[in-house]
Design a protein. Structure first.
Length: 238
């Protein structure tokens, strides 16, 4: 979608709402300055779990996530829970694909801390994986409206793109994926998705550019290479 920046950002406004609205004083930090020692330790377990998961050591990762959940649940049961407690709890549960639990504990958290965008974004992911795209979109848009240029906004934009792609609203998906890759340009999957919706919309020159970026990042990405070949053929034919 090759449009002037002024038009692009007016379309962003239409799709995502006012892009520079801040919900309360929430920022994109992992933990607040008042996080307890137990929650800091729980976060360390969560991060270790992510690292182990990346190494395909799934059993070890699960143990670390369980440790994070245990520490957070102990704080909640002891009546000392903060928004940080619920944030780390839902992060760990999301990594374990316990999406119903994420929603249960997320709703409890938002009843106490209604503007915690960390929890809102995590719930948005779980809603997506549960197939509730309307509510997922609402949560992700709330997140991007709060911090459009920071935190996990790129991930939220990507999920928004996924929802619009599945709905076959390809122009909206293009805008969301474009926002995602502007902030996080190093992920070949995201460029591939951008290329795919541009190709689906018949914008072959722009699809070609996105596929080229995906292949440059991962030369073995077969789907992106195939899309690149198709878009190049269509561009040359036109």
């Amino acid at each position: 979608m090759n449009v002037p920046l002024c038009v692009f950002f007016s379309l962003v406004f239409m799709i995502f709402g006012t892009p520079f609205t801040t919900i309360g004083a929430q920022t994109a930090v992992e933990l607040t300055a008042n996080a307890s020692a137990e929650v800091v330790t729980a976060l360390q377990h969560y991060r270790a779990g992510r690292d182990l998961e990346a190494q395909n050591r799934l059993n070890d990762a699960t143990q670390r996530y369980d440790d994070a959940v245990r520490l957070c649940r102990a704080e909640i049961d002891g009546g000392k829970a903060s928004s940080d407690t619920y944030a780390v709890l839902t992060w760990a549960m999301r990594r374990q694909n316990k999406h119903d639990d994420v929603l249960t504990w997320g709703e409890r958290a938002l009843a106490l801390f209604p503007n915690d965008i960390r929890i809102i974004e995590t719930m948005g992911q779980s809603l997506f994986y549960l197939g509730d795209y309307a509510r997922s979109l609402s949560h992700m848009q709330r997140y991007t409206n709060s911090i459009p240029q920071g935190g996990r906004a790129s991930v939220a934009y990507f999920f928004i793109g996924e929802i619009y792609r599945l709905r076959r609203q390809f122009q909206h998906a293009d805008i969301a994926y474009t926002m995602a890759v502007r902030q996080e340009p190093g992920l070949p999957l995201w460029w591939y998705r951008l290329g795919s919706v541009r190709e689906a919309a018949g914008d072959f020159p722009q699809a070609l550019e996105a596929y080229e970026r995906a292949v440059a990042l991962n030369p073995n990405y077969q789907e992106a290479s195939s899309g690149l070949a198709r878009s190049r053929s269509q561009t040359q034919a036109n």
